[in-house]
Design a protein around this ligand. Structure first.
Ligand code: GLN
Length: 491
């Protein structure tokens, strides 16, 4: 008997079509795994009844040979995507018991293609964080541990529940969002693949907004192929999101195994940060060598604005967040804390409903948008953003097909290690990922090795706008050279 949860998404999909087992059997295997893995806190809502009903429909369709591209495949969905009739909280107290009456476009696309909802995954509150420690529902634990140690590690954030679900074999694939690195960083920490598509590739409609000009939905998979399969179903034009691109969706899976011969890979010298860990540097060099061995050409490039990306991001993102989060006032959704009058009710509700990090972002955002500071901070950050984008455009115009960098400056850290003291410590985690969101580009993180303590490390490939296929081809080449990584089960 095969262990159903050990199959990749592609393997499960193919086996379902061949009727090796049923969608119901697959769902039951995952539901049993979920039950045994509650210590990881990867899900804020398990949806067994929903999952079983969807699996039954899939089995009917498969029996008739009518299955969609994801028929019967069980997924974890970050609790930032509105799911009709299924509680959606953005992992915030303020959205307590909010049950949407509509479905996000991305999840609707997945269900259209036959996927099965297993449950909603834990995340940082309103997707603000890099460790999944800001969730109202408590932190997610990484399924990984340092060799010979029982220290609890973070899975990365903000899509930490989705990354953990995939790495710990609690779902065949998962969906997250990435505003400054929230798919790529947890993918790297958990030893799996994660992709942030080009801004506009997937509809943002029905996703709880954090920073609208940066947010993008994307897939997590155990393999590059699994991510390619998921993206094809997620992506596509949506008239309900005016920033969603009206472009055909390629068959991304066809890019897996495509030759990368002759591709030009940029190595940006500014990403060689002072004090960078030797292990990260070595990993990066190894990744470059793998691509060279596969026939790609390496070129050193310069992205001089890199050092301004993090400060500019931490102005733009809170500014947009402060505006987006103004809607949570106790009137229309979720929590309401009574006050003497309506103003006091707003204040009490927002004070009780938002966690510390979210309140910090709202205050920073309100400050940088306020009269007198708007020009000095917000407007300048927007100008810097344009320059960051121009850096990438210059590199691509010079013939670079993709850019290779480490995904994170280190492997996963311990719970509490960076969240207790200075918030800047946490923000520094995003140093290699935020530039991509500022420029609206696609990027993938692929596991590339283990550090000296046995923890996974990822490499990031950044592509031209809408060149996700190039990233899948290059990502698959790295994957082939590096192999795959799975945590030892302890939960
Ligand atoms: N860590 C970044 C932040 O806290 C990015 C979060 C994200 O991508 N959602 O803003």
């Amino acid at each position: 008997m095969i262990d159903l949860i050990s199959l990749t998404l592609a393997q499960a999909r193919d086996a379902l079509r061949k009727k090796d087992f049923s969608a119901t059997e697959l769902v039951e295997a995952y539901l049993a795994a979920l039950e045994k893995a509650r210590a990881l806190n990867a899900f804020v809502l398990e949806a067994p009844e929903h999952a079983r009903a969807m699996a039954r429909v899939s089995d009917d369709r498969l029996a008739k040979g009518e299955g969609g591209p994801l028929e019967g495949v069980p997924l974890g969905i970050k609790d930032l995507f509105c799911t009709e009739g299924v509680r959606t909280t953005a992992c915030s107290h303020i959205l307590d018991n909010f049950v949407p009456s509509y479905e996000s476009t991305v999840t609707a696309n997945l269900w259209r293609d036959g996927a099965v909802l297993l449950g909603k995954t834990n995340a940082d509150e309103f997707a603000m964080g890099s460790s999944n420690e800001t969730s109202y529902y408590g932190p997610v634990l990484s399924p990984w541990r340092r060799r010979g140690s029982t220290t609890k590690l973070v899975p990365g954030g903000s899509s930490g529940g989705s990354a953990t679900a995939v790495a710990a074999r609690l779902s065949a694939g998962a969906i997250g969002t990435d505003t400054g690195g929230s798919i790529r960083q947890p993918a790297a920490f958990c030893g799996i693949v994660g992709l942030k598509p080009t801004y506009g590739r997937c509809s943002r409609w029905g996703i709880v907004a954090f920073a609208s000009s940066l947010d993008q939905a994307g897939p997590f998979g155990r393999t590059v192929r699994d991510c390619a399969i998921l993206l094809r179903s997620m992506a596509g034009h949506d008239p309900k999101d005016t920033t969603c691109a009206d472009l055909p969706v390629p068959n991304y899976e066809a890019a897996i195994g495509r030759s990368v011969k002759g591709m030009r890979i940029g190595i940006p010298k500014e990403y060689r940060m002072p004090g960078m860990a030797a292990e990260i540097e070595a990993l990066w060099r190894r990744g470059a060598d793998w691509l060279k061995d596969a026939g790609a050409e390496l070129v050193e490039i310069s992205l001089p604005m890199t050092k301004y990306a993090l400060p500019a991001y931490y102005i733009v993102a809170p500014a947009e967040a402060s505006s987006n989060l103004a809607r949570y006032d106790g009137v229309r959704y979720g929590l309401r804390t009574a006050g003497r009058d309506i103003i006091e009710m707003y204040e009490q509700t927002r004070a009780a409903g938002f966690g510390k990090e979210v309140r910090r972002r709202i205050m920073i955002g309100t400050y940088v948008l306020s009269a007198g500071y708007y020009d000095a901070y917000y407007l300048r950050a927007q100008k810097v953003r344009t320059l960051i984008k121009r850096d990438f455009e210059t590199a691509f115009a010079a013939g670079v097909d993709a850019i290779l960098t480490p995904t994170t400056p280190s492997a996963a850290f311990a719970l509490g290690e960076k969240s207790r003291a200075d918030p800047i410590e946490m923000y520094l985690n995003d140093v290699f990922t935020v530039t991509v969101n500022m420029a609206g580009l696609p990027a993938i993180s692929v596991p590339a090795g283990l550090d000296s303590q046995g923890l996974p490390l990822g490499l990031q490939l950044i592509g031209r706008p809408f060149a996700e296929e190039t990233l899948f081809a290059l990502g698959a080449a790295i994957e082939q050279a590096a192999g795959s990584f799975a945590p030892e089960k302890w939960w």
